[in-house]
Design a protein around this ligand. Structure first.
Ligand SMILES: [Zn+2]
Length: 1153
């Protein structure tokens, strides 16, 4: 339809601003202060040069009725061919530039103001599904710009039929359009229409990886941060029972234990690269970094990385893939006896060959030197090497009882697996920021020598447990927050007031700034301001400022955001029952949109679109008796056919919306359209937000590869043969740069895209996910979606996703004190310059990992400071700044660095770095680089910090004693070493998921939690003690639960007592247990209740609903389960923990020799 070209002539819909420079430097920095290098983020005043505000549509007039592409058609949606002819009245021009309030929807009358200390009603909490988030009312109102005036354009909208007379009439219309048309009147879809759906509903259930649940801090355990240094422990020595503090040495060199023990049991495949040739110790260069460069294809600026198929469940499970795995089942339960009692059961003992766990893995060539038959009967005793479970338990018992008070600089927080309460006394809570080390080297030389990456994992809008205080909201009125004149850092506890309080010296750049008159306060005899404790920004690590108009685009306060629900109504979606399910759910879910704590109702407006090869927009204005549909079939040049009535207030349009949601499933019930478009859908949502001049979120429910003719059309390019070749990286890259450009436009508008995928085959997650990833959105994937088994999981995810706190149109800047600076960023966002992380939407689950490098020397006296400032628009349209400050120690001795590291955070960084690396380098190169970097980290410790000992001993720093086991898990993950059942989409999906994970999530994702259910105390609320992830830890007579944040497995041993089976599954024997269950039956007995409560507890802790999978020992699904027993050798060639440790030792020795 070229008819409407004219429509575009006008600025109406705010053409995509060419280079949206919105937050860019120039403008965004506020008045450029002379000599101020990086002020940017600060002022944000002035008209942004590059960013044009959407101009009120002027090009077209309502009444003119020029042909529009949108046609208020009354025909069937499927009849795309008809649509074109209609002239829509649409595009009613908003009379003013004011954001079009949906049908007179009332815009929030003014933004609420908060008193200085109003408790920020930030809504940190997770809204429980039923309870809309509420927060203590803030305080005084603040009236920024007057609320935009609603423009009503009722008249403009033409209806396709007779004017809405009555409900009935309209409904008939709708009915006619849809249903009716499909059959008779509607011309067959232009395209292929009627052919039988090509893709048919999947057969089996899938294992998709999503999981949800509220994310709460882990309840589990805790562990003490290692404080001291290590002491070497020769292998032969008696074990070190649980020495929490001192470092342990793992002597590798045991008599009988060939020096290159590593070679023994390690499967060849695991360390391809390193293998033979000893790596030159000089390889120092952080290999990883280098890769980065190669990195992400241009298209993915932000380094999109997708996580490895987690659960890997990805593959169709039941299905075929598994079968492949079928192979020889590993001896299920290796006779525990395998363990020979080594004389000293300790640390590095040598053990005899274990029965099933034999040194050499059949089938796999030996790694390393010994080509021949694996000789190695001697191996390290798994019980003698560092245990994640022990470390977690120790931290829990040592640090779980006391609150973590943040007043001391450089304090290492308890582990993420420890339950603890945080008291903010000047530094941000570890729930907001965690660092790889809390004591950083003073010089870059030291940093390079150690190879320990300096990074912070930041979760700016993290949810806090109820017992902790939400950040206070500070309102400085029109003058806005007080900032350093030079670097623009925000007032914080580390600023030094001088000259009687008249000026302050910046803790980041040392510049001295005058204290504004209104902010002046006297100092006490210690030099501290008298009002120190009355001001959050002087005494706390985290707080918020109410932003002034200077921090808004175009110097205009934002309108409240909008949510647009965009539903695929192609054959697959309809047939599976998905469309009906979504519509039913939305009817109630729209009553739980996020809202500011003190508001009666949400300020968020909603809109609805359905699509297959064409798009259908709906007018749900409150004054209508029935919704009206407008079809846009010219997807090549997307526009929104109506302004007024598209985005509406839920309460005002409730009945019309309900009617629409009732009708949609009926309208498309008989569709035969199997093709879909995708990019035009995002474009439509983007255009709608532009026209409304607001930020917002698109919720897209999509089922297939978009092959219909349209921009962003894709082809099936899946090719597993590329695995392990130099072209493997292309599987992670988008197949076209189209989506990158679209993402850029979305970010400029504050249009965040959340994607719910329901694929029955390859749909190219790597490409479809680009916009979601770069706009800060979330992807959920339900492969082979089946109503019965997957609907609860999907609905839980959807509910949580819709209700969770989101900051829109966000920009994050991390400032640092002189000597270090942020140099690299990992996460779901977009960057148009090197310092500002832009996110159309940032929710409470999203994490950004920031890497720092030295650019000068640091001093032990002053330490190092970080200040993370996030500028965002709240769900009510209020512009705010959230500030997090953290002070770290600096050291001149490497030992201090190694004593203050956090391995869980280190792994989070290393995984994200590696997952980004696969976009530009062969996977093998990425794995080698990871191993090399860690070997260097440990070798540096051994060389500089450990007491002299024989080279045969492996000595690990106490704080990093789990580095080898966790690193091995990352190396074996589906992104870096996929098993045969893992699909290309799963890998791309996981790669993206991991990139936004926080430390707790990566921890459990890479080293799943394994709980013996049969040992749970039914009378207590606690979880049974976790055990290590190895098959040899399982007993045939027990039932276990394993969770990794995406899936929950319940494994049942063949010898489990019949009564337990009866109690848990309600069947009388092992053979009767169905592995098709997606939930545990609700039975009235204590064991059933206990297990279900454990499952519920775990679900609540995670940000996604985890898929429950029942696995019977020796059943074929068990292969899938074993994939998660990460201490064992994996089917895809990953090394066992013991073997990997030996391998690492060998690498370290090579570096030291
Ligand atoms: Zn400064």
């Amino acid at each position: 339809m070229s008819v409407n070209q004219q429509a575009h002539t006008g600025p109406p819909y705010g053409q995509p601003q060419p280079g949206y420079q919105g937050y860019q430097q120039p403008a965004y920095g506020g008045q450029p202060l002379p000599g101020v290098p990086q002020s940017q983020y600060g002022a944000y005043n002035g008209p942004m040069p590059g960013y044009q505000q959407p101009v009120p549509p002027q090009g077209y007039f309502p009444s003119l009725g020029f042909p529009s592409k949108g046609s208020p058609v009354s025909l069937n949606s499927d009849t795309s061919s008809l649509a074109p002819n209609f002239i829509g009245s649409l595009r009613a021009p908003p009379t003013s530039g004011a954001p079009p309030p949906a049908s007179g929807a009332s815009l929030p009358s003014g933004h609420l103001a908060y008193s200085q200390f109003g408790h920020g009603d930030v809504q940190n909490g997770i809204p429980t599904s039923a309870a809309p988030m509420q927060r203590p009312p803030a305080s005084q109102p603040f009236l920024p710009g007057s609320a935009p005036t609603p423009v009503s354009q009722t008249s403009t909208f033409q209806q396709y039929g007779p004017p809405p007379a009555g409900v009935q009439q309209l409904s008939n219309h709708m009915a006619g359009m849809t249903i009716g048309s499909t059959t008779a009147s509607a011309p067959p879809p232009a395209g292929l229409g009627y052919g039988p759906p090509t893709s048919v509903p999947p057969v089996s259930g899938s294992f998709s990886t999503t999981g949800s649940g509220l994310y709460t801090p882990y309840t589990a355990s805790q562990g003490p941060p290692p404080t001291s240094v290590s002491q070497g422990l020769p292998l032969a020595q008696p074990p070190f029972p649980g020495q929490p503090i001192s470092t342990q040495r793992l002597p590798t060199q045991v008599p009988g234990f060939a020096p290159p023990p590593s070679s023994t049991g390690i499967g060849p495949s695991s360390y391809p690269p390193t293998t033979g040739a000893p790596r030159p110790p000089t390889m120092p260069g952080p290999p990883l970094p280098g890769q980065t460069a190669a990195g992400p294809p241009a298209s993915q600026p932000n380094h999109v990385s997708s996580p490895p198929p987690p659960a890997t469940m990805a593959g169709p499970h039941p299905g075929p893939p598994m079968s492949g795995l079928h192979g020889p089942l590993p001896p299920t339960h290796p006779p525990q006896p395998g363990y020979q009692m080594q004389q000293n059961g300790s640390f590095g003992q040598v053990r005899g060959p274990q029965p099933n766990y034999g040194g050499a893995y059949p089938g796999t060539p030996n790694y390393g030197s010994q080509p021949g038959p694996p000789p190695p009967p001697k191996r390290l005793d798994p019980d003698s090497i560092p245990s994640p479970i022990q470390v977690i338990e120790d931290d829990r018992s040592n640090r779980g009882s006391e609150p973590f008070v943040t007043g001391v600089r450089g304090q290492v927080p308890p582990l993420v697996t420890t339950n603890f309460v945080v008291k903010d006394q000047g530094n941000a809570s570890p729930r907001y920021i965690r660092c790889t080390s809390y004591n950083i080297p003073c010089t870059s030389d030291m940093a390079k020598q150690s190879q320990v990456p300096l990074a912070a994992v930041i979760k700016p809008l993290a949810t806090l447990p109820p017992e902790e205080t939400l950040p206070y909201l500070v309102d400085h009125g029109e003058s806005g927050p007080v900032r350093c004149n030079r670097c623009k850092a925000y007032m914080c506890p580390f600023m030094q007031f001088i000259e009687g309080g008249r000026r302050f010296q910046c803790c980041f750049c040392s510049c001295v700034t005058e204290v504004p008159p209104h902010y002046f306060q006297h100092l006490d005899h210690t030099g501290k301001r008298v009002d120190f404790y009355d001001r959050p920004e002087l005494s706390l690590g985290s707080y918020e400022f109410l932003a002034t108009v200077d921090y808004c685009k175009n110097n205009k306060f934002p309108s409240p955001p909008a949510f647009i629900f965009m539903i695929d109504v192609s054959y697959n979606a309809v047939k599976s029952g998905l469309v009906r399910l979504i519509c039913e759910e939305l009817k109630s879910l729209i009553d739980f949109l996020p809202r500011e704590g003190n508001m009666e109702e949400s300020a968020i407006r909603v809109g609805f679109v359905t699509y297959n090869k064409v798009l259908h927009f709906y007018n749900v204005k409150s004054s209508l008796a029935q919704p009206q549909m407008m079809v846009v079939s010219d997807v090549a040049d997307m526009f929104v056919p109506l302004l007024d009535g598209f985005l509406v207030n839920v309460n005002e349009s409730r009945t019309v919306i309900a009617s629409l949601l009732d009708q949609i499933p009926e309208m498309f019930a008989d569709t035969r359209e199997t093709e879909t478009v995708f990019a035009p859908v995002i474009q439509a949502g983007l255009e709608a937000l532009k026209a409304a001049e607001c930020a917002g979120k698109l919720f897209i429910f999509h089922t297939s590869l978009p092959i219909a003719e349209a921009p962003g059309k894709l082809k099936n390019r899946d090719d597993k043969k590329l695995i392990n070749t130099d072209k493997e990286k292309t599987l992670f890259q988008p197949q076209t740069s189209f989506y990158n450009n679209l993402a850029k436009d979305c970010v400029a508008q504050g249009c965040c895209v959340d994607l719910f995928l329901f694929p029955n085959q390859y749909l190219d997650v790597a490409t479809l996910g680009v916009v979601t990833y770069q706009t800060g959105g979330s992807i959920y994937k339900y492969a082979y979606f089946q109503l019965e088994t997957d609907q609860d999981r999907f609905l839980n995810d959807l509910r949580r996703d819709v209700q969770k706190e989101v900051g829109f149109d966000a920009v994050m800047r991390v400032r640092t004190s002189t000597g270090i600076r942020a140099t690299d960023f990992f996460g779901a966002f977009y960057m148009s310059n090197t310092t500002d992380v832009e996110m159309a939407g940032l929710d409470c689950d999203k994490t950004i990992t920031v890497e720092f490098k030295h650019d000068d020397k640091l001093s032990e006296d002053s330490g190092a400071l970080l200040q993370c400032a996030l500028l965002y628009t709240s769900c009510a349209g209020q512009r705010r700044l959230r500030i997090h400050n953290l002070s770290l120690n600096c050291c001149t001795q490497l030992a201090d660095l190694y004593r203050n590291c956090e391995t869980d955070t280190l792994i989070n960084y290393l995984a994200k770095h590696a997952y980004r690396g696969v976009l530009g380098s062969p996977v093998k190169t990425v794995r080698d680089a990871l191993i090399n970097q860690c070997a260097q980290i440990l070798a540096c410790y051994r060389k500089n910090c450990a007491s002299p000992s024989s080279a045969g001993q492996l000595i690990l720093p106490e704080c990093m004693k789990l580095l080898p086991v966790y690193l091995n898990c990352v190396l074996k993950s589906d992104v870096l070493q996929p098993g045969p059942e893992v699909t290309t989409d799963d890998r791309a999906y996981i790669r993206q998921l991991v990139t936004s994970m926080d430390v707790a999530e990566t921890n459990v994702f890479f080293y799943p939690r394994l709980l013996p259910l049969t040992r749970a105390d039914v009378d207590s609320d606690s979880l049974p003690a976790a055990i290590r992830n190895s098959e040899e830890r399982l007993s045939k007579s027990d039932i276990y639960l394993l969770e990794n944040g995406l899936n929950i497995f319940v494994w049942v041993g063949v010898n489990v007592q019949q009564s337990l089976i009866q109690n848990l599954f309600g069947v009388s024997s092992f053979s009767q247990i169905s592995n098709a269950l997606s939930t545990l039956p609700v039975l009235e007995n204590s064991f059933s209740k206990k297990v279900r409560s454990i499952v519920d507890m775990l679900q609540v802790q995670r940000s996604r609903n985890m898929k429950l999978i029942i696995v019977k020992q020796e059943d074929k699904l068990e292969m899938l389960f074993k994939h998660f027993l990460v201490e064992d050798k994996s089917l895809s060639g990953g090394a066992s923990y013991v073997d990997f440790l030996c391998h690492m030792h060998k690498e370290i020795r090579q570096l030291l020799s």
